[in-house]
Ligand binder design. Structure first.
Ligand SMILES: [Zn+2]
Length: 276
């Protein structure tokens, strides 16, 4: 593998706002040399594309209603076809990250705890049926574990297990350039929701693991990315504190009141709205 230090400071830039597909379209940003973000407007997760010397990798495929926009921007702005994608890595099993998998012709990878849910069409976890998306017959070809390495030639992707939001969540870390794709684990200005199969104490632990890594910038699946080592550290540590407070206040109420009077906070399992 080729080890390469980060290029000089790179300023992300907007490539194109897809206006053809309206709210079903993406905004295409170049966030690193040869790394693109398909920023989801409205519903669905962002999708990331890394163009490596040996492999072109998509991180998540996004919501199915936005696939036409993904394909359009990939073809017209990046100059690649769907057939040019060599590997998909799903950050977890939720429908808004995996539902366009069906349109890809390459191997699909996910953490083994996400793979089990996807391959069993476990609607409780993937939420496909609830949102009108058919996720049956999706296959995961490569079942990932913590510390697996994927070598794209000039880019290394290291899998970091980060359960919490769901059991099969991963972050994907580039150790030489020190950036990370955080899926639904780390956001700017908000902690995640804990869904079925997830756990807030595992979530806190996962954030603490991220806090041991040297990270210059992170790219989440929803909302805005964060640049700068100090800013990243601030977001991780604030998320740890907020998640701890949420857990502690719930545990306190649990201990001080009869069980039937204690409802989990909205981010823990009894959400009024789905926000995957
Ligand atoms: Zn999710």
């Amino acid at each position: 593998m080729t080890q390469r230090k980060d290029e000089t400071i790179f300023t992300p830039r907007l490539i194109k706002k897809d206006d053809i597909y309206g709210k079903q379209g993406y905004i295409l940003n170049l966030i690193k040399p040869n790394v693109y973000q398909f920023h989801a407007k409205g519903a669905g997760s962002h999708v990331y594309l890394i163009i490596g010397e040996d492999l072109n990798v998509l991180i998540d495929t996004g919501i199915i209603s936005k696939f036409n926009s993904l394909n359009y921007l990939l073809t017209t702005e990046v100059g690649l076809k769907i057939e040019d994608i060599n590997l998909v890595i799903n950050t977890h099993a939720h429908f808004d990250h995996i539902s366009s998998n069906a349109y890809l012709h390459c191997p699909i990878a996910a953490h083994r705890w996400a793979a089990t849910k996807i391959q069993h069409t476990d609607e409780l976890i993937t939420k496909g049926k609830k949102w009108g998306v058919d996720l049956s017959n999706l296959k995961i070809n490569i079942w990932l574990e913590d510390r697996n390495i994927i070598d794209l030639g000039n880019v290394i992707l290291k899998i970091i297990e980060t359960p919490g939001h769901t059991s099969g969540c991963i972050c994907i870390y580039e150790p030489y350039q020190q950036y990370i794709f955080t899926g639904d684990t780390l956001f700017k200005g908000a902690i995640t929701n804990i869904y079925e199969s997830g756990s807030i104490s595992e979530y806190i632990n996962s954030l603490q693991i991220l806090n041991t890594l040297k990270i210059n910038c992170f790219f989440p699946s929803h909302g805005n990315y964060v640049l700068g080592e100090g800013n990243v550290q601030h977001e991780i540590e604030t998320s740890i504190e907020n998640a701890k407070m949420e857990l502690e206040s719930f545990v306190h109420r649990l201990k001080s009141k009869p069980l039937k009077d204690v409802k989990p906070p909205p981010s823990l399992y009894n959400r009024e709205e789905e926000d995957l």
